[in-house]
Design a protein around this ligand. Sequence first.
Ligand code: PMP
Ligand code: GLU
Length: 399
Amino acid sequence: MPLTVSRLVQALEPSATLAMAAKAKELKASGKTVYDFSVGEPDFITPRHIREAATAAMNAGHTHYTPVAGIPELRAAVAKSYRQRHGLEYSPQQVVVSNGAKHSLHNIFTAVCDPGDEVIIPAPYWVSYAELVKLTGARPVIVATQESDDFKLTRERLQAALTPRSRMLLLCSPSNPTGSLYSPEELTALADVAIERDLIVVADEIYERLIYGNHRFASFATLRPGLAERTITVNGVSKAYAMTGWRIGWTLSPPHIAKAMESLQSQETSNPSSVSQYAALAALEGPQQCVDEMLAEFSRRREFVRRRIGELPRLSCCEMGGAFYAFVNIQAHLGRTYRGARVDNSAQWCLELLAQQSVATVMGSAFGAEGYARLSFATSLEQLEAGLARIEAFLKSPA
Ligand code: PMP
Ligand code: GLU
């Protein structure tokens, strides 16, 4: 029997964000100065009190298996944080802690979707959604949005995508990759369709603590009475607390779905890292000033990126209400030659920008939107200044 890869995994696209980050790292390792705006991860080290809590947990002997869905203190802290910040009542049993929010998403699709179910995903979408859905045998239904709507799904577009097989709607606000944030009214319009058409909604709220200016975040499940019964909310510590490497994310869901995901996880990975769970507990229960400080820095970077993109010839991006991405429209710069290299699409544009100017971004095509490039500004202002100057040089480079 030849050693072959399963059909399911053959059909899987590897994560483009992680692939571009790996390319940037390779170039760096070869001695080049690289301006890396590819991966979406805070450049800050995890705040000290969180690191200290992890050390203390190890020294106290919290080095064993924990309950599969997480230590009771962390599950209670997650429930408390949603109660205090959003007025939502969840019991700790409705919280399932996993190995990062990406794992939480995998658990959701696996626990809820049957083969043939349709999962509606507005594009541009984060690279992993469609692939994780496909792994379950369900079908991602990609629904295009418009830049003029700040890439937000409208009630009309949602209704037009519905079929008798529609099962689930996936929403990410603030959005990766566009940074756009739905207003409570815009979300409520979608919630009404979900109720009317009996859809489950996955609300990915991983960027909810990173909101800029006068923008206001609304947690999806709060928008109509009873909505929490059809909503699975995803969140975690990766972005708000600069804890990407600790791998802790979670879901809040109706109890029977939480039980199903717990049982899946018990066979799949067991508990997430015990030490990381104690660190996440310290993040939620400890002082929150670190979140505000990081947000203030992200906010300065966002202002800078917005201004510079506005200054560059024929580039634009939508309003960034949250997260740390600019989704830049590069359409006017395709179909030409850059120092002899012909560039017709966003993948070629990003690869040529990396090759010629050592600036790493991610092609819009990976997010289901050709003609764009995603730039993560979770990196220092100095890097952004130098990197955007190089993007300018690239745009002005001779044919
Ligand atoms: N959802 C979105 C929208 C993301 O951008 C990320 C970032 N990787 C995740 C989920 C997963 O986060 P993590 O697995 O690092 O907790
Ligand atoms: N969410 C981040 C990004 O979009 C991290 C990388 C990943 O997991 O895809 O860049």
